[in-house]
Write a protein that binds this ligand. Sequence first.
Ligand SMILES: NC(=O)c1ccc[n+]([C@@H]2O[C@H](COP(=O)([O-])OP(=O)(O)OC[C@H]3O[C@@H](n4cnc5c(N)ncnc54)[C@H](OP(=O)(O)O)[C@@H]3O)[C@@H](O)[C@H]2O)c1
Length: 271
Amino acid sequence: MSEKIAFIGTGMMGGAIVRSLVKGGYSGKIVAADFMADKLKQLEALGVAVTSDNREAAAEADIVFVCVKPGDLEKVLTQISKDVKGKLLVSSAATVPIWFLKKQVPQAKVVRIMPNVAALVQASYTAFCCDADVTEGDKQKIRGILDMMGVCEEIDEKYMDAITGLSGSGPGYLSIIAEALTYAGLKVGLPRGIAEKAAAQNMLGTAKLIMELQEQPAKIRDMVTTPGGTTIEAIYELEGSEVRQALMRAVEQATKKSALIREKICPEDKR
Ligand SMILES: NC(=O)c1ccc[n+]([C@@H]2O[C@H](COP(=O)([O-])OP(=O)(O)OC[C@H]3O[C@@H](n4cnc5c(N)ncnc54)[C@H](OP(=O)(O)O)[C@@H]3O)[C@@H](O)[C@H]2O)c1
């Protein structure tokens, strides 16, 4: 791929996507625009072209990623509307639906994505959905970019809040589990460095077992659970602690919050 890609907003998410493309050796030109000169300087050091002018970045690109907070989106889209005519406009904003994006940039082809911060290490799960003007050829280009950030999957837009709740916020939940396991290691006498590494590598290894062996998590659990052994003692404790319910409630609350934020930023009566 050699399309020129512009990024408007290079904070946590925009910066992570740019870095994953640079790491992946993206062959096209990348231009980054932001308010924050320090963020641009860091990206410039990686070989990325930078500007503080959103319109200039959008005008010279073939594909424009907008990675600003949901509340800043309307202003940015209005500003670059004329510069994205006929181009792919990709929004990473949580909660903001395609109809709202399309209203601000009616002449662009709109893609809504929900990545997570693991894009920084090219391990994001990124869901995307598209407006009706996006062609199969466009989708191939988008997949090519999103696959450099990890893995991607096209989904129905109706699932976007749930994906935000499960996966966009997911590194937050799993960090708590990694931290809890580290503390568990400390409790049974492990040095902190060993406990941290063992906990994190266990999460990575378990994810790889599920993904690469294409096995249900329950099968992986059974692979390490022997009669009268150590694992079943631990599982007995876990089953009594409502850890499953806690995670289900957490994702449910995040999903509901996504819908609530949308009602504020783009209420249906703005349609
Ligand atoms: N962080 C995540 O884990 C995550 C995951 C999935 C999706 N997302 C989505 O990704 C988007 C960005 O999130 P984030 O966490 O990366 O936010 P962030 O760290 O605040 O980054 C946004 C960046 O855009 C800049 N910005 C704001 N208004 C601008 C404008 N008019 N022109 C140019 N730059 C502008 C901000 O500068 P200032 O700081 O000066 O305002 C900031 O550097 C959000 O819509 C969020 O829903 C985030």
